[in-house]
Ligand binder design. Structure first.
Ligand code: URA
Length: 442
């Protein structure tokens, strides 16, 4: 088989054979196919798309490239959750402890940032001492003891995705239905949970910009999961503006802790409760309520609210942080997390209403401050990012604070501020807030 012939075939929009896909994925994973040829192949997929059959084959090949975890050592119905990637999306840090507090075993493998979007693993690493790498036995023990463990893509689980993901991050090849489906579902199927809750983002700060594209992605993933015998729920949620107010690693962990304490922005709380409710329902914990006519996701949401309001989710978060080597004192003192040396406040030039806070631009602004990677080998600045004071629909007076940017480098701060300023649009008439939950596929 010849790599250039396979790239050319894809460039010409031809259907590939399973053997050709296997040759590319295995060759890149074992290092015999170099980055530049894989980049060209990935770009051809982004530009030409992929049939359902090829997408299923690619997912299966990527799943089978490494170990497939049966997770037989974990008791109960294992429920996983995955977001397709967004700006300010810190829901895992809230949803996982809520669902775990309700009794759903959380054995989750999370990702790093991709392009302008953030990643849970990077966020968790902003907690001093926190370990995101664990051997399989330790991971299973942690879930059985504490009911929750969240790790990065370690060991030999979906190694093809790990390498391809890092390459996509820096080659402009993130926005593809086939690549996102195979990336997410290969990991989720290899990780071996019984049910999967997907948060499919839709809008400028997501890889899928429109509702029909997000629906197609959600249906493609649900389809592949169900074909493998998994119970699947997908929530399509808004990503036209950032989720919550904080964008950047340590800043987002702090906002997640605010929500766990019963405060924090309303949108992040609402989405977290819906995702946790779906996980609780998929885990069978919400079954058998008094009113059987009430859908189990609704019962799950009520249980999730109980976990949040009673402080049990915050306690579970403390246990989770401590259990993975992190300093739980951050919950009481945010100054124990990485602190930026510079900040800049940006205020409104005139009074009016905020009509747009473009999520993509805020994601890029945060990346420019140092919170994201621009090259594969870049390290990220845990303390950098943007905190918004105004969102779509808010009234703003001349001189009022719009956002604050944080960085450790003057040039990066200036670049971040410039991009974030461009994200804002204003009008004289109050704009509708975009609806947060667009559709639920059960
Ligand atoms: N999350 C993933 O794990 N992979 C993608 O391709 C996008 C989001």
């Amino acid at each position: 088989m010849n790599v250039v012939d396979i790239i050319t075939k894809k460039k010409n929009r031809e259907e590939l054979t399973r053997e050709e896909l296997e040759y590319m994925v295995k060759g890149f994973t074992d290092g015999s196919i170099p980055d530049y040829q894989m980049s060209a192949f990935l770009m051809a997929i982004v530009l030409q798309g992929m049939s359902r059959e090829n997408t299923v084959a690619l997912t299966e090949i990527m799943r089978d490239c490494g170990d497939v975890m049966a997770r037989s050592g974990i008791e109960g119905i294992k429920v996983d959750k995955h977001s397709t990637g967004g700006v300010g999306d810190k829901t895992t840090l809230i949803v996982a402890p809520i669902a775990a507090a309700a009794g759903v075993p959380i054995a989750k493998m999370s990702g790093r940032g991709l392009g302008f979007t953030g990643g849970t693993v990077d966020k968790m690493e902003s907690i001093p001492g926190f370990r995101t790498a664990m051997e399989k036995e330790e991971f299973i023990r942690a879930v059985n003891e504490r009911g929750i463990a969240v790790i990065g893509q370690t060991g030999n689980l979906a190694p093809a995705d790990k390498k391809i993901y890092a390459l996509r991050d820096v080659t402009g090849t993130t926005e593809s239905l086939a690549l996102i489906t195979s990336s997410i579902m290969s990991k989720k199927l290899a990780a071996g949970s019984d049910a999967i809750v997907l948060d499919v983002k839709c809008g400028s700060g997501a890889f899928m910009k429109t509702l029909p594209d997000a629906e197609e992605l959600a249906e493609s993933m649900v389809d592949i999961g169900r074909a493998s015998g998994k119970n699947m729920i997908a929530i399509i949620s808004d990503m036209s503006q950032p989720l919550g107010n904080a964008v950047g690693n340590a800043l987002e962990v702090q906002e997640a802790m605010d929500v766990l304490k019963g405060a924090g922005p309303e949108d992040i709380r609402e989405l977290s409760l819906n995702l946790a409710g779906a996980m609780i329902a998929a885990g069978g914990i919400a079954d058998g309520g008094a009113d059987e006519s009430e859908p189990s996701v609704m019962r799950g949401i009520r249980l999730a609210e109980e976990m949040l309001n009673s402080g049990r989710a915050l306690e579970k978060f403390r246990e989770f942080v401590e259990g993975q080597g992190g300093n739980p004192e951050i919950i009481n003192d945010y100054r124990l997390m990485a602190q930026p040396s510079r900040s800049m406040e940006v205020r409104a030039d005139e009074s009016g209403y905020v009509t747009k806070v473009d999520a993509l631009k805020i994601g890029l602004a945060s990346q420019h401050t140092g919170a994201g990677r621009e090259k594969k080998e870049d390290s990220i600045d845990m303390s950098a990012g943007i905190v918004l004071n105004k969102k779509v629909g808010d009234e703003v007076m001349e001189g009022e604070l719009l956002f604050t940017a944080y960085a450790n480098d003057a040039d990066k701060l200036a670049k971040g501020v410039e991009e974030a300023k461009a994200a804002f649009e204003f009008g004289k008439i109050k704009a509708e807030r975009p609806s947060l939950i667009k559709r639920v596929i059960e």
